[in-house]
Design a protein around this ligand. Sequence first.
Ligand SMILES: [Zn+2]
Length: 270
Amino acid sequence: MRKQVLTGALLLLAAVSMLEGCERTSSAARVAPAAGIAASPQSAQSSASPSPAPSPDGQITEESGMPVEESLPAAAARRVSALKPLYAVGKGQVALTIDDGPTKDTGKLLKVLKEYDAPVTFFFLGQNVEKYHESVTQAVYEGHAVGYHSDKHPQMAKMSYEEQEEEFNSGLRKLEKWCKKPVVLFRPPYGSYNNDTKLITEDHKMSMVLWNEDPKDWAASDASQVTKSVLSQARSGSIIVMHDNPSTIAALPDIIKGLREKGYKLVTIP
Ligand SMILES: [Zn+2]
């Protein structure tokens, strides 16, 4: 009898602890998904009502007052971009790309390209656009591709998501004003980029263009050195990075002739 009572008590204890265990499990299970999907119902609620009641879990901050706005940068930073930067053009093709303009010399550069009927891709800086806007419009009008190279030439990968977005928007507006059409190519200065840069590029419906040949024209002391460096590196599919500076402009006639003698077709970045 005593043994039965003891067994009964033990069974009761076991049942209670099982119930407690279930409760812990189920409350944990309730908390986990609720925290995970908190943004969805709240954002639905906030779009229905302009001033949602502050939620008890502190999702609404003083800064935004709207949970969907507050979470946007963080959510964007967590996204992983599938964007693939372009490093090469097609077989038998070579793309000359000219960065850091427009400058006082871009008009002269365009004259050389017209004379040799050679299309290039420019990557212009937003901060230079207003001063030399005639060259921007002329480059588009004469069939060159025009891409964006940031506003002030920073290292994008060293900036926050918000700073990169600001850098993107400010210069791009200036460039598109004088291109008179959407700009769809972006080249990050120094080839410095991270996932945020790719996300912002994608969000602007642009592609990211890098390069596979760097003749370091900015370090060359004269035109013949630039020509030699470019022609020795050029291969089928090369995207060659060059700059809007006097020795490169002086080298262009020999570069264009040399590339054509090797059988390459000069193309713009698609
Ligand atoms: Zn540059």
